[in-house]
Design a protein around this ligand. Structure first.
Ligand SMILES: NC(=O)C1=CN([C@@H]2O[C@H](COP(=O)(O)OP(=O)(O)OC[C@H]3O[C@@H](n4cnc5c(N)ncnc54)[C@H](O)[C@@H]3O)[C@@H](O)[C@H]2O)[C@H](O)CC1
Ligand SMILES: [K+]
Length: 479
């Protein structure tokens, strides 16, 4: 089962894996033609009713696979209004090959001419709102015809995710959807074919540029919309919480505060004017500071717990007490991780261990990433939290969904890269589901490292990563 949004991510990831969308459209169109062939006799009269997007494009491809049928293509709108290159290229190919095509400028012009089969290729996952003209009139004509109706991807007017049908939506006899079942098709009393269109499983498993399309910003945004992160860190170390906090800002959080022992507060503030420091009493995080830190955490979307806290017994007790009384969302990293399996908490945790820390948590690991994929999925289900297990291949899982990050390079073994990853994860967890936040964070942290090493060779330091995060998130490969 896959939603329309996830389909767009997979599409883009497939293209990054060398399977461009035009190739997918060719497979989609071929699958539509196969369904027409299975539902009618050779020589049957087929009307392909095409919208101006890729849904229409699929049928423009199907026309080429129905040579032994009496096919007419009806394009709803002028060819210049076709919205995608790949649909337009397929329209031009039909023109050059002198296929029978009708351009429907006004909905009243649509003359289906009593076909045996109508292919509804007006709207698919790109629909917004209720049916507009000329699709609305065309849908009525389709529903009033005696033809067998084959819908491309989803009946026009039906929401692929919810199954909700806009007024006047097409009533199809058969739907050909692509790659995986859509949630909205389950509730339809219509026969559905799920056609494999050659998208490699890797396009779903491995995190890719398609996952970054989930990150959008509305122009009418306000401060705080993109997240407020509290980093709880520092004590023995001061660089780690500063790296995590800077990374959270660079990964898009609007406000990042650092809760740290007061004896290192000035030092941490000294790293950057971008940081807001909230000191608590003491030289390290101890149980006496837990109440204060919990009340601070309650004012933030996500807490990043761990960077630079150290592993003194008093600190581990404080981490345990904090989590026991916390019910928000927290990224847990570094020495704090060892506490997680023992503590009962209502919090949604996103743990970011490397493989050594995973073993310390009681998890198993393997050098083979495929084996590690299964082990991490099982352990995530066992601990009941989301895991991001760092390695040459990063494994992300909440026990249900498992993703793999393949970016990064040996230059990233330098100290501090884990703090940067934890901070970036915290920022993304403000606006994304935890598995997506971890998947995207792992991908962009590694991509930032790859961009730095490509530019200047090894010798990368963690602050290079922090500065590279925005381009790794928003830039194109060749930027
Ligand atoms: N991997 C895959 O699943 C593939 C799917 N394919 C097909 O692509 C469509 C989605 O195409 P897209 O261009 O994003 O959108 P649509 O064609 O569905 O519609 C956009 C089109 O329709 C106009 N429009 C939007 N809302 C309305 C409305 N309410 N009334 C009238 N017109 C509307 C909009 O202006 C655009 O012109 C997917 O469904 C599959 O069929 C790819 O072919 C291959 C891979
Ligand atoms: K359709």
């Amino acid at each position: 089962m896959i939603t329309a949004e996830r389909m767009a991510v997979v599409d883009r990831n497939a293209a990054a894996l060398g399977v461009p969308q035009k190739q997918l459209m060719e497979s989609s169109g071929n699958a539509v033609a196969r369904a027409v062939r299975e539902a009618s006799e050779e020589g049957a009269q087929v009307a392909l009713v095409c919208g101006r997007g890729n849904n229409g494009g699929d049928a423009l491809v199907a026309a080429r696979f129905l040579k032994d049928y009496d096919v007419t293509v009806h394009l709803l709108g002028r060819a210049e209004t076709i919205t995608t290159d790949i649909a337009r290229e397929n329209w031009d190919a039909l023109q050059d090959a002198e296929f029978e095509t009708q351009v429907v400028r006004d909905s009243a012009d649509l003359a289906l001419d009593d076909p045996d089969v109508v292919v509804d290729a007006m709207l698919g996952t790109g629909i917004t709102g209720s049916l507009r003209e000329p699709e609305a009139t065309a849908a009525r004509a389709i529903n009033d015809s005696d033809a067998l109706v084959v819908a491309v991807d989803v009946p026009s007017g039906v929401d692929a995710n919810t199954g909700e049908a806009a007024a006047g939506a097409v009533e199809a006899d058969h739907v050909v959807t692509f790659h995986d079942m859509k949630p909205g098709l389950e509730s339809l009393k219509t026969e559905v074919t799920v056609a494999d269109i050659g998208i490699p499983a890797a396009a779903e498993t491995f995190v890719g540029p398609g996952d970054l399309t989930r990150l959008t910003r509305k122009s009418a945004s306000h401060k705080g919309d993109h997240g407020e992160v509290l980093v709880v860190g520092g004590g023995p170390y001061t660089g780690a919480p500063a790296l995590a906090a800077q990374a959270a800002l660079r990964a898009g959080a609007d406000l990042v505060r650092v809760a740290c022992p007061n004896n290192v507060a000035d030092e941490i503030q000294g790293y950057s004017e971008n940081l807001i420091v909230r000191p608590f009493e003491g030289e390290r995080f101890t149980p006496e500071a837990v109440d204060h830190v919990q009340s601070l955490a309650a004012e933030h979307d996500v807490t990043v717990l761990g960077p630079g806290l150290g592993d003194a017994q008093a600190t581990l007790t404080a981490v345990s007490n904090f989590l026991a009384g916390f019910s928000g969302t927290a990224v847990v990293d570094a020495d704090a991780l060892q506490v997680v399996p023992e503590v009962e908490t209502d919090a949604d945790l996103l743990c970011t261990p490397h493989q050594g820390e995973l073993r310390k948590m009681g998890g198993e690991t393997s050098d083979d990433w495929r084996e590690r994929e299964g082990l991490v999925t099982e352990f995530a289900a066992e601990v009941g939290h989301t895991l991001l297990v760092k390695g040459a291949y990063d494994i992300v899982s909440d026990g249900e969904t498992t993703r793999i990050g393949r970016t990064g390079n040996p230059g990233m073994t330098v100290g501090g890269t884990g703090d940067v990853l934890a901070g970036a994860t915290g920022a993304l967890a403000c606006t994304q589901p935890l598995v997506d936040a971890a998947a995207i964070a792992a991908y962009v942290n590694g991509r930032a490292g790859d961009r730095v090493v490509d530019r200047q060779g090894y010798g990368l330091v963690a602050t290079d990563l922090v500065d590279e995060l925005p381009l790794a998130l928003w830039g194109d490969d060749d930027e």
